[in-house]
Write a protein that binds this ligand. Structure first.
Ligand SMILES: C[S@@+](CC[C@H](N)C(=O)[O-])C[C@H]1O[C@@H](n2cnc3c(N)ncnc32)[C@H](O)[C@@H]1O
Length: 212
């Protein structure tokens, strides 16, 4: 992580009275369960019913393995914010089991590239298996943090992200990283949670509330 990003994340987490490692471990444990036990039942929607609810076209999901769809846990629909065009390069921040990365890989076509990044290896393993099963070789999955994307400066035409920004303790750092990997003319297409009232400080200190 750039030293400025590290300092800012450390300061944000300390300000909440939390430990960064502990927070990340708790969030990862929750999403490891979404990867490995998708039918377990969570306090958020998942899977194909969620994709339907969020307006994912059946056409987009054609050829995407069920193993990826069943662990879908997004909060919005980045593809409704703008068309992903053939030839564009896409980064999917917090890609989970890969559903959006695989949809993007179909949209950009075989001569372009998609990089999915996630901090939970159980999710990435599922995403990679699904990409291989779908025969999509233009997508790569990388272990990493949204605050420290393993992607070169100015690489992407589009950064997509779905349900992840709300899980990061310092939104400014995460958005700065997204901006760093975008070309100057690039765009962000983010599906996430917006609140209209400030989240109370004591709620921010409860790790159990972060993991949802
Ligand atoms: C709500 S799920 C959404 C996954 C995927 N985007 C989807 O729509 O199915 C959140 C994902 O973000 C990942 N995540 C959370 N915080 C992260 C961070 N700071 N850096 C990288 N990944 C993170 C989790 O591991 C999880 O896979």
């Amino acid at each position: 992580m750039s030293s400025q990003n590290s300092l800012d994340v450390a300061e944000s987490v300390a300000g909440l009275g939390l430990e960064l490692c502990e927070l990340r471990e708790a969030i990862s444990a929750e999403y490891k369960a979404v990867a490995n036990e998708p039918g377990k039942g969570f306090h958020f929607h998942t899977g194909r019913p969620l994709a339907r609810m969020l307006g994912y076209d059946d056409e987009w999901l054609k050829g995407i393995p069920e193993s990826s769809i069943e662990s879908f846990a997004g909060t919005g629909n980045p593809f409704r914010l703008g068309e992903i065009e053939p030839g564009e390069r896409v980064v999917d921040v917090g890609c989970g089991a890969g559903i959006d990365s695989l949809i993007a890989a179909k949209k950009v076509g075989p001569h372009s590239r998609v990089i999915g990044v996630d901090m939970t290896s159980a999710m990435l393993d599922k995403a990679q298996v699904a990409a291989t099963a779908a025969g999509l070789s233009n997508v790569a999955f990388r272990l990493g943090y949204a605050e420290e994307l393993p992607v070169d400066d100015g690489w992407a035409d589009v950064v997509i992200s779905n349900g992840v920004l709300n899980l990061t303790p310092d939104k400014t750092v995460t958005l700065r990283e997204m901006a760093r990997v975008l070309k100057p003319s690039g765009r962000l297409q983010i599906g996430d949670i917006l609140v209209q009232k400030a989240v109370p400080e004591d709620a921010k200190r409860k790790i159990g509330l972060w993991t949802g």
